[in-house]
Design a protein around this ligand. Structure first.
Ligand SMILES: C[S@@+](CC[C@H](N)C(=O)[O-])C[C@H]1O[C@@H](n2cnc3c(N)ncnc32)[C@H](O)[C@@H]1O
Ligand code: SF4
Length: 448
């Protein structure tokens, strides 16, 4: 069991390292020509790519939510949004024909709630893309996030026909008490129905998203949530730490400090779920995922191909991640790029055949170097530390080594079992940008 002193000492604001440099440190947005050239040159030779499409709509707001959403019950918005995504796609392929030639390995629909769109609109959005790209259904991962309260079998059928084979269900917590407090009442039966439908339709991998640290969530609620999860036996589980960022998401102000478990109390919720999941045969992956041994994520760990990007842990890496839709983030070999976050601004730019850029970043050689190190530590939990960065890091690492969170032997940094929960803190010692300039205000959620 982790001591409360350790938890108090290291529970500080820290990035989740789905990217490096982290978004607040992006400092040079690529021009349109630089961004296009970067995509093209990343897709040379024997390369492959991934596509992310963001659908921002949700019918109601879950008050814990940190995602980019547009809350509405007006389904007339669907058609217009689908048109914008198609237009954005056409703008890209006019300049980057490699997107049609190189194999598309992964397609992820995220949100918001992709199943806000009807089956017909999902098909209308995806057909113009999938009918043109080079994708082999046998070597392709098509995944989507669903809210089981807002998903029907027809949507899953249409996507399955297009080659979708992975599904992620938002669950968060199975107990009514917590569900009512976060404005998300979702019955066990609703979750079971979509889980069963996905299996009948041959989706190979079913994931559940759970969160620990929600208001009034205690050991009893976590135990019940984990028990019901194990009963439905998803192939993967993401067990996220509740990221509290009320300065960005004002709805989170509804929760009082007294309602929210923090520090040792919050971590105990993770530990309870972890024990139960390990006991049920799951493997712990990275900092907040679990997978059955047969799942590709477990295989990725065994074969050391695990990767981490804006969508979290994935079994392998491609050369480009192209993000379409409002607020989507893209990655090439040397740039990050994010789309406009305000829906009307996104639509306006796309309607003028512009790439709807909000901001981005061109990596320096040093960024690429530190990015590789942080990625390796986040995925493998060990790293050969090159001599040239060992001495500047040593001072920062000292207290972490003293507290037995990691060890350094023969130039290898290894995260201990005790240190796993503190991986974000350990990665901060490699974060050159943050070491050079500390954030002036609180921008990251707590590390635990
Ligand atoms: C886009 S939602 C999933 C799909 C669908 N909208 C739903 O909620 O069922 C992405 C996931 O992010 C996680 N999430 C959202 N806000 C969070 C927060 N503040 N802290 C931790 N996880 C969060 C939730 O687990 C959620 O399922
Ligand atoms: S958790 Fe999902 S359904 Fe709830 S507001 Fe966030 S994106 Fe929408």
């Amino acid at each position: 069991m982790l001591s409360s002193e350790l938890l108090a000492k290291y529970d500080i604001p820290a990035p989740r390292y789905t990217s490096y440099p982290t978004v607040p440190y992006w400092d040079e947005t690529p021009s349109k020509s630089k961004w296009i050239q970067s995509l093209s040159s990343s897709l040379e030779g024997d390369s492959s790519w991934s596509l992310y499409i963001h659908v921002p709509f949700c019918e109601s707001l879950c008050t814990f939510c940190g995602c980019n959403t547009t809350i509405t019950k007006n389904h007339d918005l669907e058609g217009d949004y689908v048109d914008s995504v198609i237009k954005e796609w056409e703008t890209y392929i006019a300049s980057v024909p490699e997107l049609l030639e190189k194999p598309l390995r992964q397609l992820h629909l995220g949100g918001g709630t992709p199943t806000f769109l009807s089956a017909e609109n999902l098909k209308r959005m995806l057909d113009p893309i999938l009918s043109k790209v080079n994708y082999d259904k046998d070597n392709f991962e098509g995944s989507l996030e669903v809210d089981p309260r807002k998903t029907n079998r027809r949507q899953l059928e249409v996507l399955s026909e297009l080659g979708f084979n992975r599904i992620s269900l938002g669950v968060q917590d199975f107990t009514l008490k917590v569900q009512e407090l976060v404005n998300r009442v979702q019955s066990f039966e609703q979750t079971k129905e979509i889980t069963d439908a996905a299996r009948e339709l041959s989706y190979d991998s079913v994931n559940f998203d759970l969160i620990y640290g929600l208001p009034c969530q205690g050991i009893e609620e976590m135990t019940q949530t984990t028990k019901l999860t194990i009963e439905l036996r998803p192939d993967r589980i993401a067990l996220y730490s509740f990221a509290r960022v009320p300065w960005i998401k004002p709805a989170q102000r509804k929760f009082t400090d007294e309602q929210l478990p923090v520090g040792a109390e919050k971590r105990a919720l993770y530990e309870v779920a972890r024990e139960m999941l390990l006991g049920a045969g799951y493997h712990e992956i990275g900092m907040d995922h679990f997978a059955l041994p047969s799942d590709e994520l477990s295989v990725g760990v065994d074969e050391k191909t695990l990767h981490r990007n804006f969508m979290g842990y994935t079994p392998y890496q491609t050369d480009v991640l192209l993000g379409l839709g409002v607020s989507s983030i893209s990655e090439s070999k040397d740039c990050f790029h994010q789309n406009e976050k305000v829906l009307n601004l996104y639509k306006e730019k796309v309607s003028k055949n512009e790439i709807p850029t909000l901001r981005g970043h061109i990596h320096t050689e040093e960024d690429l170097y530190h990015r590789k190190l942080i990625l390796e530590l986040m995925t493998n939990f060990e790293l050969d530390i090159p001599e040239k960065i060992l001495s500047p890091m040593a001072l920062k690492l000292e207290p972490l080594i003293e507290d037995k969170l990691c060890s350094l032997k023969d130039g290898k940094l290894s995260v201990s079992e005790l240190g796993r929960p503190f991986i974000r803190n350990i990665c901060m010692t490699l974060d050159k940008r943050m070491l050079t300039k500390k954030p002036e205000t609180k921008i990251f959620s707590q590390s635990l």
